[in-house]
Design a protein. Structure first.
Length: 420
């Protein structure tokens, strides 16, 4: 992929606070740890050789504890902090070294920023706060007011346009802050701990609101947080920072199931896996299937061979037709039937591969048969038994995923559990 295909690309980025960054870099190249460099010289390497690329429309979450460098990093992306070394490339243009006039244009036209503290003007109404950036740009009063009203409606603040900020709750004030960024219609939205000052319930509401808005707007979002659950919920990909460095970049599932080191492993240790992992991560390959044109004796032979008491039936395109119970298959064979179609059952669950484990739990609890994982065109992709759902949310999950299949005894035990 060429660099112009990335919306944002960061290359070898450093931000060093102190009067002699060259000294800090020389010591770093000699192998001295940043903490010792700071102790000996007072030079703080807050962002340390950071590299990543962000695709257009992606929500990229940067996560880390206090002091990890994440807020410094996001301020380097729009040069609120001047990078010491490296490149910040936006739509193919490097912001580092860009003239002040051109940088102002990029900030006004391409980027919006939402901070943790709402930063609203207390003497201006909600709508006046929202259209402030348009006012600075010289947009006419009628146009900026209309655009502000439209955005406030989109974030659920219709009817509050002429209210004062002190008349709103914290969550509503944050919506005003978000609206102030959105009204400029930026391609890139930078959000620095935007929800961390909110109460937990309001925070969850704002997370849901952002997900809904992103589905409609498809902005490129860089979201800073210290909250793992928030990162897992919002991020298409997550970058984990530690002492100025990015120690791992991956999807929420990759961060959770394939931690790069002990730091990340400890970070994710207590997370609720059921809200992150999906059906595709725990499903097993359907090793035994019957073609809809096969007869009951063929079905019985396959069930006996695999040690199972029911079997999914598919057509030649592997589209799921139903499930055949061993008792029904025996009855068909005794009656001399040559087709299984008359005995197919449909009292099983079908789910998509992106179904969350938390949504699988009630299905698995009541399931009489294995759960079928199917594609949009009803092709059978995999099967899930109750033991897989339970093991998928425990810390032993990785050990349970040593293969896509399982032994005959495992399959038999799993299905007997489902049939209880």
């Amino acid at each position: 992929m060429s660099e112009n295909q990335y919306h944002i690309e960061v290359k070898n980025l450093y931000k060093i606070f102190g009067g002699n960054p060259k000294q800090a870099m020389e010591l770093k190249e000699e192998g001295v740890e940043p903490t010792k460099i700071f102790k000996d010289t007072g030079q703080n390497i807050a962002v340390n050789d950071v590299n990543f690329q962000i695709e257009r429309g992606e929500t990229f979450v940067v996560m880390g504890l206090s002091g990890s460098g994440k807020s410094t990093l996001i301020r380097c992306l729009n040069r609120l902090h001047e990078p010491t070394y490296g490149n910040v490339i936006i739509e193919g243009e490097d912001l580092v070294g860009m003239s002040s006039e051109k940088l102002r244009t990029v900030r006004r036209k391409k980027m919006g920023m939402v901070f943790q503290n709402f930063g609203l003007f207390p003497h201006r109404t909600v709508v006046q706060n929202v259209y402030y950036g348009l006012e600075i740009q010289g947009v006419s009063f009628e146009e900026r007011k209309k655009r502000a009203y439209d955005v406030l409606d989109m974030v659920g603040l219709k009817g509050y346009e002429e209210s004062m900020p002190n008349e709103l709750s914290g969550g509503m004030q944050q919506r005003v802050g978000l609206s102030r960024a959105l009204v400029l219609d930026p391609a890139i939205l930078l959000m620095d701990e935007a929800f961390s000052a909110l109460d937990p319930l309001i925070r969850r509401d704002m997370q849901d609101e952002l997900l809904d808005l992103q589905e409609k707007m498809q902005k490129t979002i860089v979201f800073i947080t210290h909250d793992l659950d928030e990162a897992l919920k919002l991020g298409d990909r997550i970058a984990v920072m530690y002492q100025g460095r990015i120690v791992q970049i991956g999807t929420p599932e990759e961060i959770l199931t394939e931690p790069a080191d002990d730091y990340v492993r400890n970070f994710v240790e207590d997370v609720d896996r059921s809200k992150v992992l999906r059906a595709e991560h725990i499903m097993k390959q359907p090793l035994a299937m019957v073609d809809s044109k096969d007869g009951p004796k063929a079905a019985i032979r396959k069930m006996r061979s695999e040690g199972i008491s029911s079997i999914f039936v598919v057509n030649k395109k592997r589209q799921l037709q139903g499930i055949l119970d061993i008792n029904d298959a025996v009855d068909l064979a005794d009656a001399g039937k040559r087709s299984v179609s008359s005995a197919l059952r449909t009292d099983y669950h079908e789910i998509s591969p992106d179904t969350l484990l938390i949504d699988l739990l009630p299905l698995a609890r009541d399931a009489k048969y294995p759960i079928a994982v199917v594609s949009e065109d009803k092709r059978l992709l995999g099967v899930i038994v109750r033991v897989s759902v339970i093991s998928g949310i425990t810390r032993d999950y990785d050990n349970d995923q040593t293969s896509n299949g399982s032994s005959q005894n495992d399959r038999a035990d799993s299905e007997e559990e489902v049939n209880e």
